[in-house]
Ligand binder design. Structure first.
Ligand code: ADP
Length: 463
């Protein structure tokens, strides 16, 4: 393969062909990043902040164009693409500010005549691999802290959505960030991933994508003892307690479940509702979900775009068929449409009731617009269902009772816990998962640490 064909998932039309970089080209990019690191790490933090700020401004100036590219290659509704551009630039703005706050410290010494100083320095060349579901934000939340810290950065976007990223990197250069400080390479994940992990010069791998690929990258990073940050799969529970505000829980569950056609790692995957309100909640949820319009993301009024590819579509349909076979009641949806010739796939947003724990959908990430509702009696049972998974990224719950709320917050084994809130992500908060959902955090003050080494200086014999 010498070219990647980037197609519009809503129509099957070819948008553009992108050159695949050869192994030699990726190796050269690493070499160039390594040379550029020697000078970039010396650029003072205020200047790095200024350049990041300029990049932020250029993306904002071009946001309509970038959002359109994103909708064309990813399929998400234009309003969501615009939202993502803002979310993506929030990271650049936040880390432009954080660049100036990479503090060290001094430690009181244990002997006279000694001084102890702790400083931070950039880790080196960073290689990033990103997914198709957030073509801009999954890059900026890695690139911005890396560049702010003084690292140089190479990114390989997903084959489905390289165009947004190519444009973002062009704008970074236009902003004055040197060409070899931030670079994009294109091609199949496996080949480029191996070049990244086998290189001695790459000191950090940062990845967002599936858990199996993340595990492989961790293994392959062991030989050169690279630092890794991993944002992997999720299987988010939504617990709706008996005292929840049902109408509010419905709108927030929709916000969490149906964003990007259900194709995000923090999308609600299982809705666990107290038996006393399960009928009311499910009916209201179905009523609202029925109003969501499926279609081409460029068309006004579209709420749910296409499914990204055949693999994603078949996984969703299999989970749905399995659930219906095992006794789920369909309240709305359960309709899907594949055009295999054009490679276009659409799934109607679906609500199913009477889900049970034998169903695949209750154990595996769906990455599609299906909301399975299961009921519970005691809150302990809801916690048990929620925690019974190898994943631990995001969990949501709805309750007006603060005892229940604190209990749920403390007992849920998730990196992100959202109480009466369907949209917890933001640039200034630590996003990341426990267990097999990942390693490390992105965003917030935590999100720059993985790009920094800690160095300690011990001075003796001070008069
Ligand atoms: P998804 O199934 O959602 O596409 P993946 O984990 O396969 O998730 O893809 C996320 C990113 O990982 C993409 O950029 C893809 O090219 C890359 N990728 C896929 N397989 C590998 C691999 N073996 N090594 C490194 N990167 C990979």
């Amino acid at each position: 393969m010498s070219q990647i064909k980037v197609n519009n998932p809503a129509t099957g039309e070819l948008i553009e062909e992108v050159k695949v970089n050869t192994t030699a080209e990726v190796e050269l990019a690493i070499e160039n990043a390594s040379t550029a690191f020697d000078s970039w790490k010396k650029v003072n933090a205020h200047e790095r902040a200024r350049l990041l700020k300029k990049w932020y401004e250029l993306i904002q100036l071009n946001k309509e164009e970038i959002a359109k590219i994103m909708t064309l290659e990813n399929g998400k509704p234009l309003k969501e693409s615009l939202g993502e551009v803002n979310y993506a630039t929030d990271y650049i703005e936040w880390y432009a500010e954080e660049a100036k706050r990479i503090y060290g410290r001094t430690i009181p010494a244990h002997q006279d005549g000694k001084r102890i100083v702790v400083t931070k320095q950039p880790i080196g060349v960073v290689a990033a691999i990103t997914p198709w579901n957030f073509p801009a934000a999954m890059m900026t939340r890695k690139a911005a802290p890396a560049l702010a810290a003084g690292c140089t950065f190479i990114v390989k976007p997903a084959e489905e959505t390289p165009l947004t990223m190519i444009r973002l990197v062009e704008l970074a250069h236009e902003a004055g960030i040197p060409e070899h400080v931030v670079q994009v390479v294109n091609g199949p994940g496996k080949e480029i991933g191996e070049v990244f992990t086998s290189s001695k010069d790459v000191r950090k791998i940062t990845f967002t994508g599936s858990t199996p690929v993340g595990k492989l990258l961790i293994k392959n990073s062991a030989d050169t003892v690279k630092s890794v940050t991993m944002e992997l799969g999720g299987h988010a529970p939504v617990i709706v307690a008996k005292d929840a505000d049902v109408d509010f829980a419905v709108t927030q569950t929709i916000a969490s479940k149906f964003r990007n056609a259900g194709q995000t790692c923090v999308c609600a995957n299982r809705v666990i509702v107290h038996e006393s309100i399960v009928d009311e909640f499910s009916e209201k949820l179905a009523q609202e979900v029925k109003k969501l319009k499926v279609g081409n993301g460029l068309e006004e009024g579209t709420d749910i775009g296409p499914i990204i590819n055949k693999g994603g579509y078949e996984k969703i349909v299999n989970q749905l068929e399995d659930a219906v076979e095992k006794g789920a009641d369909v309240l709305t949806g359960n309709e899907y449409e594949a055009n295999y010739d054009k490679d276009c796939y659409f799934v109607q947003p679906t609500v199913i009731k009477n889900a049970n724990l034998d169903m695949t959908i209750m154990h595996e990430e769906t990455f599609g617009p299906i909301a399975p509702v299961i009921s519970f009696k005691e809150i302990e049972e809801a916690v048990k269902i929620a925690n019974d998974t190898p994943f631990g990224l995001a969990a949501y719950f709805f309750t007006e009772d603060y005892q229940t709320g604190i209990q749920l917050y403390e007992q849920l084994d998730y990196g992100i816990v959202s109480w009466n809130d369907g949209a917890p992500s933001a640039a200034h908060v630590p996003f990341g998962g426990m267990k097999e959902s990942g390693l490390g955090r992105e965003g917030g003050t935590e999100g720059i640490e993985p790009y920094l080494e800690t160095k300690y200086l011990s001075i003796g014999n001070v008069e």
